[in-house]
Design a protein around this ligand. Structure first.
Ligand SMILES: [Zn+2]
Length: 462
């Protein structure tokens, strides 16, 4: 009972500074009793009272300097926020996670002999959004002296976290032009380790591996994957050590019989530590066709992210990829993956290869023509052969989809399927890429499962 009464007195008399006579009448006690209990509280909770006084000064200072920006109702609300926020952050800086005590000790040691003792000993109230600059429950956290000064009003919360991870990369990314890394610039390629572990792909891998070695293509393996199509679950490279990871949740895997094949991106393992941001959009990597400044995807992303307005999807995508333009094309009628990497490919900023679609229906062709026209790009028709062949899962194979080749720097690994068009497609590619070495690779073992060389590679610039 007495503790409860003391708590009430602490709140009303100490925190809120209500008048003694009001406190007495509210709590139904005599003024003598109030004096007595207050004295006890003063002794028992002296540290807490000192801290409360300090926080009160802090609050009053903020109010004096910036009255309009303080959105806390009163000191009581601010004090309770401060205490709970401090507990939530476990007494550590919101940004660098250093304990308040550690920084306080540093200040005591460093500045004992100087006059600079005012700040640094306590976590400071830091405003996350420096544009609205409000002091409110949702906009404030506690940060150490160093982070608070450093972040100032220049960086946003996200930016400052990026900055803390690696200052050099952060600065470089701030100043670099908005240009993505393209295949031509890549110098390293990853494969899912299943490509050599899974027996059905082994003959293919035994053909490919010597080609990689002979042509000095650096390669490594991604561990903990559940299928070989690593393009889809790995992040998209934007710049040097700058990646964006989309949510990998392809609808065609969400069936009881296939779900075991769904790779979890966070479980995959590669040797390097890469710097990646997470996007909230659901997108397969194989649907992202990029040049330095443009990205083209199929409309499937609108269905995959139907919780968002199409406009919002596009604007998030533009921001996450850091491109100037995003275009959508219709998805190919019989391709259950809905990926664009069996349909189109950039040669450079102006020229777009488009796999022959003359076999599609009239209405689909019209849609595709219109979408391509919208891009304003120079369209270059590219060979493709329709193969009416289905695999064990009764899905169409990827045979004849030549445009799904892999380009790592100046080396093009070009698929061959033992089809009539193999030679024509190879020669056409050599002409289109005069500076590249175009190497034919029989890819039927992987094509049988629905993908070709772009699908099984994750090439990056290191
Ligand atoms: Zn800090």
């Amino acid at each position: 009972m007495e503790t409860e009464l003391k708590d009430k007195i602490f709140e009303k008399y100490f925190i809120n500074c209500e008048l003694a006579k009001n406190v007495c009448s509210d709590l139904d006690i005599k003024s003598k009793e109030l004096t007595q209990l207050s004295n006890q509280i003063n002794k028992e909770r002296s540290d807490e009272i000192r801290e409360m006084q300090r926080i009160k000064n802090l609050y009053n200072n903020k109010k004096n300097i910036n009255k309009d920006k303080v959105k806390f109702l009163n000191f009581n609300e601010f004090y309770k926020w401060y205490i709970s926020q401090y507990a939530k952050q476990q007494g550590k800086c919101y940004y660098c996670k250093t304990k308040e005590k550690v920084i306080a000790t540093l200040f005591t040691k460093k500045f004992l002999s100087t006059k600079r003792t005012k700040r640094g000993h306590h976590l400071e109230v830091e405003r996350l959004d420096s544009k609205n600059n409000e002091y409110s429950k949702t906009n404030c956290v506690l940060a150490c002296y160093f982070c608070n000064n450093d972040k100032s009003d220049i960086f946003s919360e996200d930016e400052y976290f990026e900055y803390l991870k690696d200052r050099k990369i952060f600065f470089e990314n701030q100043y670099k032009e908005n240009k993505m890394i393209i295949d031509q610039e890549t110098n390293f390629v990853y494969f899912s380790s299943l490509i050599k572990k899974d027996k059905k792909y082994l003959p293919f891998w035994e053909r490919l591996e010597p080609i990689l070695i002979d042509n000095n293509i650096d390669f490594r393996f991604i561990e903990n994957t559940r299928d070989i199509w690593c393009r889809d679950y790995m992040p998209i490279q934007k710049g040097i050590n700058d990646f964006i990871q989309f949510v990998y949740f392809p609808d065609y895997y969400i069936f009881p019989e296939y779900i075991a094949k769904l790779t979890i991106p966070s479980e995959t393992k590669i040797i390097e530590k890469i710097h990646k941001k997470n996007s909230k959009l659901i997108i397969d990597g194989g649907n992202v066709i990029k040049s330095k400044t443009i990205a083209i995807l199929t409309e499937k992303i609108i269905n995959e992210n139907s919780n968002l307005e199409p406009k919002t999807v596009l604007s998030i995508l533009k921001k996450d990829l850091g491109v100037n333009k995003v275009y959508l094309i219709p998805k190919a009628p019989y391709d259950y993956t809905g990926h664009a990497d069996g349909m189109i490919r950039f040669i450079n900023e102006n020229d777009l290869l488009v796999a022959d679609y003359s076999n599609e229906s009239n209405s689909w062709r019209k849609k595709m023509d219109k979408a391509l026209e919208k891009t304003g790009l120079n369209i270059i028709p590219f060979p493709s052969e329709v193969v009416e062949e289905k695999n064990e899962d009764s899905d169409y194979t990827a045979k004849g989809i030549y445009i799904n080749f892999a380009q790592i720097g100046n080396i093009i690994l070009f698929p061959q399927f033992k089809l009539d068009s193999d030679g024509i497609a190879l020669e056409k590619t050599k002409k289109l890429y005069p500076k590249c070495k175009v190497i034919p690779v029989n890819s039927n073992e992987i094509a049988n499962d629905g993908g070709v060389l772009n699908c099984i590679t994750w090439n990056i610039k290191k």
